[in-house]
Design a protein around this ligand. Structure first.
Ligand code: ADP
Length: 380
């Protein structure tokens, strides 16, 4: 263990002979040794300069070794210094007390020099390993923090970019759509059949692009344009979502009912978006029966679990996770219109609020989407 030589060892003993013996023995091995003849002097020496290890006599007048050790362990800056107790008696209760107050080892007097040296070496090596490990952990943690900061930054930049691009695309697209509609109004039936069809395709394409841009705007807004969380009444939120969905409700002859809904700690407009996405899907993916949707909330421990249940076409179990990622759909756009962005946005909203979202479904019977949120009184 030559690597430990040069380590700073504090030897504490009220008996001058013992103090000399230990000091000389350790100094002879190349350690830097500081002697202290009492508990008080030992504490002062430790505060002046923190040693790498302490050899501490148990029995001393005024302040004994056990008390010294207790003081050291109570101090955050000193508690990691290894303490080896030295005692004249091979007394089990002394040993137990020494370990109980945090000693790492115990030497009985009279001792063989080799034994003391071996124990000192071992504990210095252990301490060295522990320090190196702590340093590695600290370095790794710092590296990880840096990487996660960079990731967060680039994610934010990407979302800001998506937001900027989607936003800037809206204006020219609106112009294309408006002129296409004008073309359709003025010239439908006045050119040939092909021309009517081409205009129809172009109008349809522009509508889809507009839906895609809307979706991308929602997607990039979740983080970049999120509002602070406030007390939000989910019944009011539901009411607003249903107003936004009234055309769809009429179109599909859908019915939405709900149980009592709580107040949560949330960004209210994102809550409207969340319910609107889930209820909108429940209406859109209906089966042969007209859509019936039920929204409920139940307290589960320290969070609220919401459910949005429908009687629609259902989702095959192997697709249940995939659909929460962007652009992931099960059906063609012809069968069911959509861009595959809504559930990704919903997931991001729920996760921004510290919750989880998942679905249980039976194909042909219906789906129930679940999500959790923190109550209004929770400190988020
Ligand atoms: P979109 O509705 O635009 O396709 P979403 O991200 O909202 O995009 O949904 C992704 C896919 O998940 C849908 O295409 C559909 O296949 C499936 N899905 C979502 N909600 C339901 C539901 N209530 N019932 C059946 N399938 C659903």
């Amino acid at each position: 263990m030559s690597g430990e030589r040069g380590a700073d060892i504090l030897v504490v003993d009220d008996n001058p002979d013992n103090l000399h013996l230990l000091t000389d023995m350790l100094a002879g091995q190349g350690y830097v040794v500081r002697p202290a003849a009492s508990g008080q002097l030992a504490l002062r020496a430790v505060v002046a300069r923190s040693p790498d290890l302490i050899l501490l006599d148990v029995k001393m007048p005024e302040m004994d070794g056990i008390q010294v050790c207790e003081r050291l362990k109570a101090d955050e800056g000193l508690r990691d210094i290894p303490v080896i107790f030295v005692s004249a008696l091979d007394d089990t209760s002394d040993k137990l007390r020494s370990f109980a107050v945090g000693g790492v080892d115990y030497v009985v007097k009279p001792f063989a020099a080799e034994e003391v040296l071996a124990r000192v070496d071992t504990h210095l090596a252990l301490r060295d390993l522990q320090l190196r490990l702590e340093q590695r952990v600290a370095e790794r943690t710092a590296e990880l923090e840096e990487v996660s900061k960079r990731l967060k930054r680039s994610n934010e930049e990407l979302q800001a970019f998506a937001y900027g691009v989607s936003h800037d695309l809206q204006e020219p697209l609106r112009m294309v759509s408006n002129y296409l509609h004008l073309l359709k109004q003025r010239y439908q039936g006045r050119l040939d059949k092909d021309a009517d069809e081409f205009i129809g395709f172009a109008v349809d394409g522009a509508q889809r692009m507009s839906a895609l841009i809307d979706g991308l705007l929602q997607f990039s807004r979740v983080e970049t344009q999120g509002q602070p969380f406030v007390e939000t009444d989910m019944e009011t939120v539901l009411g607003e979502s249903l107003i936004n969905l009234r055309l769809m409700l009429e179109e599909h002859g859908g019915e939405v009912e709900h149980g009592p809904l709580p107040t949560v700690n949330a960004d209210a407009s994102q809550m409207v978006r969340l319910l609107q996405n889930l209820i909108g899907n429940a209406l859109k993916f209906h089966g042969k029966q007209p859509p019936r949707v039920r929204i409920e909330a139940a307290r589960q421990g320290d969070e609220w679990e919401f459910s949005v249940a429908d009687n629609g076409i259902g989702i095959p179990p192997d697709q249940a996770k995939r659909i929460f990622s962007i652009f992931q759909r099960i059906h063609t756009r012809k069968a069911y219109p959509g861009m595959g962005i809504g559930l990704e946005v919903s997931r991001r909203i729920v996760e921004r609020h510290g919750g989880r979202i998942w679905v249980n479904s039976e194909p042909g019977v219906g789906s129930t989407f679940h999500f959790t949120l923190l109550p209004a009184d929770a400190s988020a």
